[in-house]
Design a protein around this ligand. Structure first.
Ligand SMILES: [Zn+2]
Length: 355
């Protein structure tokens, strides 16, 4: 084989049989995902190529693709990896087995910069948790938080969006408006969310993955990580708020105790100022700390979860937690991200040792 043909062969891909499974490798070793070279899953997934702000409408997909993607995630999450691998290629996905001291994982990642999400599944999950990062480019650090919940805390799965929330020019069909995608972000008139905004558009494969996993594990607590900038803090409040924890727009503490319990767990670990962590389900918090109302009212995953709860698909014990965090200091600090992760661990049900 000539050098050129060998390179072509590597580029087109090789199929290697390994211990009863099939691992598809496209490209040479340089093209291997960093998680196959030993890098932490959370850092490697966060560093994947994604469609940037204004860089096109490649996040669109048709209904046939959505049906195939539903089947792909369903098969992979249910452990039917041979069937999942059969589907992955035509959808532009690859599937990797990753073994770490903490356990075994399966990573579904898109080939190239496509706008499609990455899904990380734990083969030996210890906690009934699903982690989501819909805005990994706009809120840097949230992809690492979501994947670390699987890699280090035993959560079942993480979904990380593959496009900037402002990648596409077309508006989302979901309600709500924002200034974040304006030519001067944060200024001018609020505009409809973009179709590429994974937390505000049902027409994303991120949302498809959310529906599949939420249906597969109906008792799971779903944790969605977000970041908020310092500049938009309520200027009248004398308090710094770092975490705004929400189970949705309800202000009735009786309906969503988990966001109050997470707030309390964060306060215990943070010490000092209780206003650093607030709950949208505690009206006292808003009265006292006047934090901004970033409670995820328009979030489409939360709305889908609420609908599933109403028709009995989701278990009454499950919850959807929307967590806003100050970009600075939290998303820039591993210690503060660890405090959040430990607080979630303390609350999440342990599926290996149910009480
Ligand atoms: Zn966000």
């Amino acid at each position: 084989m000539t050098q050129a043909r060998r390179r072509t062969g590597l580029f087109l891909g090789a199929i290697i049989m390994v211990a009863g499974g099939i691992i598809s490798i496209v490209g040479g070793p340089d093209d291997e995902p960093a998680w196959l070279r030993g890098q932490s899953l959370s850092e490697a997934v966060a560093a994947l190529p994604r469609v940037q702000r204004g860089q096109g409408d490649g996040v669109q997909f048709d209904s046939a693709q959505a049906a195939d993607f539903t089947a792909l995630v369903t098969d992979a999450a249910a452990g039917r990896l041979a069937a999942a691998r059969d589907r992955a290629g035509s959808l532009g996905y690859k599937i990797d087995d990753v073994v770490r001291d903490a356990g075994k994982f399966v990573v579904l990642s898109p080939r190239g910069r496509t706008g499609k999400p990455t899904v990380v599944l734990s083969v030996s999950a210890g906690r009934d948790l699903i982690a989501e990062a819909p805005h990994p480019l706009f809120e840097r650090g949230t992809a690492q938080q979501a994947v670390a919940l699987v890699e280090e805390s035993g959560a079942r799965a993480a979904i990380v969006a593959g496009a900037h929330r402002c990648a596409a020019s077309a508006p989302s069909s979901s309600p709500g408006r924002t200034r974040v995608c304006n030519p001067e972000p944060g200024k001018g008139k609020p505009q409809p969310y973009k179709v590429s905004d994974a937390a505000h558009s049902v027409d994303t494969l991120f949302h498809t993955a959310h529906l599949v996993l939420a249906n597969l594990w109906p008792a799971a607590v779903i944790v969605q990580f977000h970041g908020m900038s310092r500049g938009r803090r309520d200027p009248e409040s004398p308090f710094e708020t770092w975490f705004i924890v929400s189970s949705g727009p309800s202000s009735d503490p009786g309906t969503s105790p988990l966001s109050v319990r997470l707030r309390d767990a964060l306060r215990r670990r943070l010490g000092s100022d209780p206003g650093l962590a607030v709950s949208c389900q505690d009206p006292q918090d808003h009265a006292q700390y006047r934090y901004r109302r970033l409670c995820g009212h328009d979030n489409v995953q939360w709305r889908a979860f609420r609908d599933a709860l109403q028709v009995g698909f989701a278990s009454p014990g499950s919850e959807f937690l929307h967590i806003e965090q100050r970009v600075d200091p939290i998303l820039r600090s591993r210690d503060l991200s660890r405090i959040l992760r430990e607080s979630l661990e303390a609350l999440a049900p342990d599926v290996r040792h149910p009480h």
